[in-house]
Design a protein around this ligand. Structure first.
Ligand code: G3I
Length: 305
């Protein structure tokens, strides 16, 4: 296979990119996306501040644009994200406990129903844990008012809203074995033992020189898979350039392929031109949509050429 998506498909995986609706009209952006990738994640368009900026008023225009683009080309869609402390409209933090509970459940239900049958995996809860050694949940309107049970409640509501979608917990700095990933591991183990619905764990995998690809990356993916969930690399990008960056990308792909329940990889953008890291070059295509060494390393690791 000669594209990322086709090569990944031969390995039984998808290879996706985060996409911004307002870039789809840029011809080389769209053609790179359409040629190389077979899954998309809306980078911002499905977040709470985009879909329910005003309580009870749902707006799906730009997310629909991405979903329609993907569906008409046979690409899969990852949903990102339903319950997150960031990009949360101000009205949510102003609610009392009972109102917040019903707003959270209504948000999950309305957004998932709108896309029912169209999303292969949803990031139901994103980034709920603190960084560092505490293993604790971070402060957010959800944790502070609903308690730690908000995660379980969100997953139960999500299962009811779209029973066919895989329900994921997604986080960063959980790529290696460390206190934060241990905390997520314990959550998933607890959910599995009590029958709380959860199908997958997303590992964002934002890497840079201070936070490189961990040496126990594969082992960490495997220990989650051994709990009986799929694992996905959901927001991959790696700062750097040239051979070093290419080698790191290759390592990530090989780690995923070594874990049978690692079902797919998403890079967090199509081109360096529009990366969320403003001055960085962390992606597979440069600002002119040329294939970088990292691209060739990924294609080779996937068995393509
Ligand atoms: O929507 C406004 C727009 O109205 C305004 O004109 C424009 C002017 O700057 O800003 C727009 O909002 C920006 C939004 O992206 C859409 O472009 C925000 O300022 C900006 O903060 C936001 O950044 C996003 C970031 O999440 C916010 O937390 C990045 O694009 C997005 O790549 C990033 O993605 C996150 C994942 O969702 C979760 N994991 C970490 C990852 C990287 O930070």
């Amino acid at each position: 296979a000669s594209t990322l998506g086709a090569a990944a498909a031969e390995k039984g995986r998808y290879f996706g990119a985060a996409v911004a609706a307002n870039r789809l009209g840029e011809a080389p952006y769209a053609s790179t996306l359409n040629t190389e990738f077979n899954s998309v994640t809306p980078e911002n368009e499905m977040k709470w501040d985009a879909t329910e900026r005003t309580r009870g008023t749902f707006t799906f225009g730009s997310a629909d644009q991405i979903v329609n683009h993907a569906q008409s080309r046979g690409m899969k869609v990852r949903g990102h994200t339903l319950v997150w402390h960031s990009q949360l409209p101000g009205w949510v933090a102003g609610l009392g406990t009972a109102d917040l509970r019903s707003a959270m459940n209504n948000h999950i239900t309305q957004v998932m129903r709108h896309y029912r049958g169209k999303i292969h995996s949803w990031d139901v809860v994103n980034e709920a844990f603190q960084d560092g050694s505490s293993g604790a949940l971070r402060s957010s309107p959800f944790r502070d008012k609903l308690g730690s049970g908000f995660i379980e409640e969100a997953f139960r509501t999500a299962r009811a809203a779209d029973p066919a979608a895989k329900l994921c917990y997604n986080d960063y700095n959980t790529d290696g074995i460390n206190a934060k990933s241990n905390a997520v591991y314990n959550l998933v183990r607890d959910f599995k033992s009590r029958g709380v619905p959860i199908d997958c764990v997303g590992f964002q995998s934002h890497f840079n020189s201070a936070s490189p690809v961990p040496s126990d990356y594969r082992a960490n993916l495997q220990r989650f898979a051994d709990l009986g969930v799929d694992v996905q690399i959901t927001e991959l990008d790696i700062e750097g350039s040239g051979t070093a960056q290419a080698n790191s990308y290759g390592n990530v792909v090989r780690a995923c392929l070594a874990v049978s329940r690692c079902t797919g990889i998403t890079v967090w953008g199509v081109t360096d031109k529009y990366s969320w890291r403003p001055s960085g070059t962390p992606l597979l295509f440069d600002g002119n949509y040329n294939k970088k060494p990292a691209y060739h390393a990924v294609l080779t690791a996937l068995g393509g050429s």
